[in-house]
Write a new protein. Sequence first.
Length: 146
Amino acid sequence: MPRYFTLSEAENSLRRIESLVRQAVSVNADLRELRRDVQQSLQRITMLGGSRINHEEIVRRRSSIDAAETRLREMAEKIQETGCVIKDLDIGLIDFPAIFRGREVYLCWKLGEAEILFWHPVEEGFRGRKPIDEDFIREQSDAGSN
């Protein structure tokens, strides 16, 4: 059963995980670059017929990829332990499950935003983001007082 956040709870969790999300986005970017470098090296090796392979360099790059993957996985686990959902580590997009008008929605935050300003229905995703307005806040307050 997922954990459901109020806006206040999501904001408090965000303060705890924002730096971790920032680090995960950075490691993810580094990992993409490492993979691209290895792919380009393998393409060069193939084009040269495999005659000039620097095995030590390939092993070093693969080891770097493995280490970055492990680090990223550990960060993702720490982020998700809070109950939030990682949507996109390319841009640092995180969702917090919540209830609005009796149905599950996501409070939506993207790295660089000062606070959680949007929500969206689960089935609509990022493109369906709607501003958190007074109606949303009032409903959250009413639900919390029951």
